[in-house]
Write a protein that binds this ligand. Structure first.
Ligand code: SF4
Ligand code: SF4
Length: 291
């Protein structure tokens, strides 16, 4: 559905999702199954099964029939944001996802315009809704009032080279997650290998569109410390302006086996930063918090 996006959440102002003050649109749906996902309810698409209805203590959820199909309806006015519905959903989805047209998002952006430097599309995995994103970014670039806003994508890097090429004319920059180095580790954490991620990083860098590479350090699980020489060799070859953002794994929002993984301390992040720096990686950015 090129004209409609399935959106998990919109944050009107963020200063950690790209440069300056940004409106961030979190798309619903992901093609990875990261064990450490801190927003697991952004992974699946709601099929209006109705299983979450009884969990809602304020009767904010109901089921209607539309075009002979069931459709879950979320009444925002009754919702207390307790998130009980998210915990029972068997599809790792949310009954609170909403559908937006390009025009509706442009209206939202115009309402916040005086406070914004740009727009970031995140997820879930944003690039799964690529045709919509191209339409939205094209509309922003074509609008005299909005054209100064930078348009950025926050991605797991799984988009194909041809996908990036379609997006490139309207993309100002991308933030790419590199979740681990070795294929086995990446498959263990995400369910997929990381060839596409490395390809995306190299391609975006070659086009001057790579803003940031993000590494989530999970001591003893992600392998950035044990494979630091190989990781550094990849990262130090990137243009100097590319930010290497280190994040420290915490348990916030995490479910399942990853709750047994150790959290990452400030000392462990600083150790990784030092080792990368000693191997020629610059422009390292440390976490904003360790909570
Ligand atoms: S959010 Fe999950 S449980 Fe609720 S209707 Fe959708 S798929 Fe079913
Ligand atoms: S988050 Fe809202 S819709 Fe979900 S269970 Fe709580 S009150 Fe109901």
């Amino acid at each position: 559905m090129t004209n409609i996006a399935v959106v998990n959440q919109i944050i009107p102002f963020s200063c950690v999702d790209g440069p300056g003050s940004r409106l961030v649109i979190f798309m619903q749906g992901c093609n990875y199954r990261c064990k450490n996902c801190h927003n697991p309810h952004t992974i699946g698409l709601c099929d209006s099964c109705g299983d979450c209805l009884p969990s809602c203590p304020t009767q904010a959820l109901s089921l209607i029939t539309s075009n002979n199909k069931p459709q879950v309806i979320w009444n925002e006015a009754l919702c207390t944001q307790c998130d009980l519905c998210l915990t029972v959903c068997p599809k790792q989805s949310s009954p609170k996802t909403q559908r937006y047209s390009v025009e509706q998002l442009l209206t939202l952006i115009r309402q916040q315009l005086q406070f914004l430097n740009g727009i970031t599309i995140s997820g879930g995995e944003a690039s799964l809704q690529l045709p919509f994103i191209i339409k939205l970014f094209s509309a922003i670039k074509a609008d005299k009032e909005l054209a100064h806003l930078t348009c950025m994508l926050d991605s797991n890097g799984s988009l194909s080279n041809s996908g990036w090429q379609q997006l490139l004319p309207v993309l100002d920059g991308a933030m790419i997650d590199l979740k681990s180095w070795l294929q086995d580790t990446h498959r263990y954490i995400t369910g997929r290998d990381n060839h596409r991620v490395i390809d995306s990083i190299e391609f975006l860098a070659s086009q001057g569109k790579l803003y940031e590479v993000r590494l989530l350090h999970i001591p003893g699980v992600s392998d950035f410390d044990s494979e630091v020489t190989a990781v550094a060799s990849q990262l130090q070859a990137l243009p100097k302006k590319v930010r290497i953002k280190l994040n420290a794994f915490q348990h916030h929002g995490v479910t399942g086996a990853a709750l047994n993984w150790p959290i990452c301390s400030e000392a462990q992040i600083k150790q990784l930063a030092t080792e990368l720096c000693q191997r020629g990686v610059h422009n390292i950015v440390l976490p904003n918090s360790y909570l």
